[in-house]
Design a protein around this ligand. Structure first.
Ligand SMILES: [Zn+2]
Length: 81
């Protein structure tokens, strides 16, 4: 009785919003030719749609110490081979 997943299974997958392809997270962090992407950049292994996740605005800090972090926005980037 084991609940462990086989090592060949990717930890989790991301579904592309453009081509609807499902790919392991690691494959989003590299390109077919040049390898590693900058750490904040992701690229779809299927359709090469490329983007970064960037912060918009400043964190808001209230007098009682409560903090609202800035919004994350998706910025489309030129694809890399
Ligand atoms: Zn795609």
């Amino acid at each position: 009785m084991s609940t462990a997943t086989p090592p060949s299974d990717p930890l989790f997958t991301i579904t592309c919003g453009k081509c609807k392809g499902k790919f392991p997270f690691d494959d989003w962090c590299k390109t077919p030719v040049n390898g590693e992407l900058p750490s904040n950049q992701k690229q779809c292994p299927g359709c090469q749609h490329s983007f970064t996740i960037e912060r918009k605005g400043e964190a808001k800090v209230f007098d009682n110490g409560f903090i609202i972090p800035p919004d994350n926005i998706i910025v489309t980037q030129p694809s890399t081979l």
